[in-house]
Design a protein around this ligand. Structure first.
Ligand SMILES: NC(=O)c1ccc[n+]([C@@H]2O[C@H](COP(=O)([O-])OP(=O)(O)OC[C@H]3O[C@@H](n4cnc5c(N)ncnc54)[C@H](OP(=O)(O)O)[C@@H]3O)[C@@H](O)[C@H]2O)c1
Length: 325
């Protein structure tokens, strides 16, 4: 099979498309013919081997996961003898706990988050709509406990997580202020934002007691800078880890204004699977829609990574492994 492979950490040019052996499923695994997968900030970090402490996961010297990609939409090709819930031919959306989806085939254990694909979405739309929403949903629903009528500001509203957050928050009945560059203003309005702040001309942190929730989907702010813009009882959340937010998550727990980070990737597989089903339902109903920055064939993995590294993508970057995507 063809797979995107990197043998050293570095810029997108370390990636090559190679012929590698097609994996064979173990007794509890599904072999999936991948049609589409997203390229994310996590793939970029794993390719770069940064930040350095993450080398414990990505490999201390050389990449532990030569083929990246953490999600895929495709068709089950074969199953191990102990797999009960899936059969060859099933169209699925799956998450891999050990990367490997930027290839024509991948094996995933049956207890990974694997759900049936929606018949009304393409393979590319399936991965695109799930990628950001699977992170945004636990932040808004579980960490912020966002309620109808509340006022939320989403920073980085045109990215993968941000564009999902805007749509989910509007669906939850919140009043949404979206922060992005001016060129993405129409996009975020179309997703449900009632107000847009262009971060190149206005500093949203100068607002005073304006928001019940500030969700920084791209981690470009800090609790210290945003505290004044929060209402009393308000909650600041960020997706990007730092020593500061780790401490603030504990210290502000009982405070008048809270700060927290959630590590949504570490949630148990059944919780992720349940949310993938929920997101599928919202997408089928047209409540949320995929935002696709670009969809690149496998051969253009380097360009796809460059776009992710730019920090400017609108929604998801998708890698297509077949014409069916
Ligand atoms: N904690 C968790 O569980 C978790 C899970 C998954 C990912 N993450 C992290 O979440 C982060 C965001 O991921 P993502 O995929 O949503 O990002 P992304 O799609 O790469 O975000 C790109 C967007 O960010 C906007 N942006 C760039 N600089 C900005 C600024 N200074 N102010 C406001 N917006 C700005 C850009 O909008 P303009 O071009 O319009 O400026 C662009 O549309 C990554 O760091 C990732 O590692 C965390």
């Amino acid at each position: 099979m063809r797979a995107v492979v990197h043998r050293a950490f570095g810029p997108p040019d370390v990636l090559n498309v190679e012929e590698v052996p097609t994996p064979t499923p173990r007794s509890d695994e599904l072999l999936i013919r991948v049609h589409a997968a997203t390229v994310t900030a996590v793939d970029s970090a794993a390719r770069r081997g940064e930040p350095l402490p993450a080398r414990l996961t990505f490999g201390p010297i050389r990449p532990k996961y030569p083929t990246l990609g953490a999600d895929c939409a495709g068709r089950v090709e074969a199953v191990g003898e102990n797999v009960r819930d899936f059969a060859p031919g099933d169209e699925v959306l799956a998450l891999s706990g050990s990367f490997g989806t930027h290839a024509e085939y991948v094996c995933v254990p049956q207890d990974s988050p694997v759900v049936a694909k929606s018949a009304v979405l393409t393979f590319a739309e399936t991965v695109a709509v799930s990628e950001g929403a699977l992170t945004a949903l636990p932040f808004l629903r579980d960490a912020a406990r966002l309620r109808a009528g509340q006022s939320i500001l989403v920073n980085g509203a045109s990215g993968s997580i941000g564009s999902a957050a805007v749509q989910l928050a509007a669906h939850m009945g919140a009043e949404v202020t979206a922060v992005c560059g001016g060129a993405n203003s129409d996009l975020v309005r179309s997703l449900g934002a009632s107000r847009v702040v262009d971060h190149t001309v206005e500093d949203f942190t100068r607002a005073r007691e304006a928001y019940d929730v500030i969700f920084d989907a791209v981690g470009k702010s800090s609790f210290g800078r945003c505290r004044g813009a929060l209402r009393v009882g308000g909650h600041y959340l960020t997706t990007v880890s730092s020593m500061a937010i780790m401490g603030q998550t504990m210290w502000t727990r009982l405070g008048r204004k809270r700060a927290s980070i959630a590590l949504t990737g570490l949630r148990p597989a059944p919780d992720k699977a349940r949310d993938l089903v929920l997101i599928r339902g919202l997408a089928e109903a047209g409540t949320i829609r995929p935002v696709i920055d670009r969809s690149c064939p496998l051969d253009q993995a380097v360009e796809a990574h460059r776009r992710v590294d730019s920090g400017r993508k609108r929604g998801a970057v998708v890698l297509r492994m077949s014409e069916e995507a």
